[in-house]
Design a protein around this ligand. Sequence first.
Ligand SMILES: C[S@@+](CC[C@H](N)C(=O)[O-])C[C@H]1O[C@@H](n2cnc3c(N)ncnc32)[C@H](O)[C@@H]1O
Length: 308
Amino acid sequence: MIAYVARLAFGKLLVEDSRSFSSRPSKGSSARLRSCDSGLISVFAVRILDLLRLALPRPRRRSRQRPARGPVIVRESRRNERQRLMADDRDIGNDRRPWTADDRLDAAAFHRNHVAIWTVLEKFLRGKTGDVLEAGSGTGQHVAFFARHSPGITWWPTDLNDHHLRSIAAWTAHENLANVRPPRRIDLSNPGQLAEMNEGSGALLAVFCANVIHIAPWRVAEGLFAGAAHCLRPDGRLFLYGPFKRDGRHTAPSNEAFDAGLRNTNPEWGVRDVDEVAALAQHNGLTLAEITDMPANNLILTFERRSE
Ligand SMILES: C[S@@+](CC[C@H](N)C(=O)[O-])C[C@H]1O[C@@H](n2cnc3c(N)ncnc32)[C@H](O)[C@@H]1O
């Protein structure tokens, strides 16, 4: 293209040159010399242009877009990306990555689920004061977000993992939240630890636990329910977020695949059934009061004290 334009420009100059020469009165040898000069220049210029054309990179032709016809084909890479995102929704273990230079971790799933979860919690917490404990807080993003939206509530984040405890503290400091207590190390499989922590705070208004009981042995669910039953005040609630089976069946193929992956990682892990969790609640004096559908085939199970 460049060579073509240059050739045109040069050619134009040469033509104009030759025209100006020919428009001048031609006189013998000087006219021949000029015409000879112009011929030489022309040959020389073409040679330079050829060299230029060889030296310069060829511009790539733009492929014309074809009009859309038939179904859109989802490429394999995009399908894998979708599956990866679906898996991320369930496990912060794989997508943990440093957020900044401090200890804050970022879970991709948080960005997709925190608003939906908050709409359920907020309905119960609105206008109330008291203490809410989060079991298995992970990165600490949920507790930070919820605390920012509920200044009347004191939040108690907990986790087993030291890495996560540091992230929770870093998020609280970053958000400058006065209504979040320092994160505490609690092993949910030990119900005594949850009860022990509560002694200082009085009875809890709520316990919130997201994405924990399927990525842990069943004894963690047992400890959670026993601890919550001990700590909740009479009007308190336990909110449990995650994927669940209904009547022994998975609610979506993605949940089934996720469950198989969990059990493959650890035979003690796995997506729990709503009925078995409800039975565990009953055993601890709690009752399943509400089931709320959440995005990406998750649920929030809400438990309250069983009225005698
Ligand atoms: C998949 S993450 C979910 C974190 C967070 N709730 C969320 O939804 O983003 C599971 C969390 O449970 C914690 N956890 C696992 N076993 C636990 C146990 N026995 N006691 C307390 N926390 C536990 C892990 O350290 C991790 O932070």
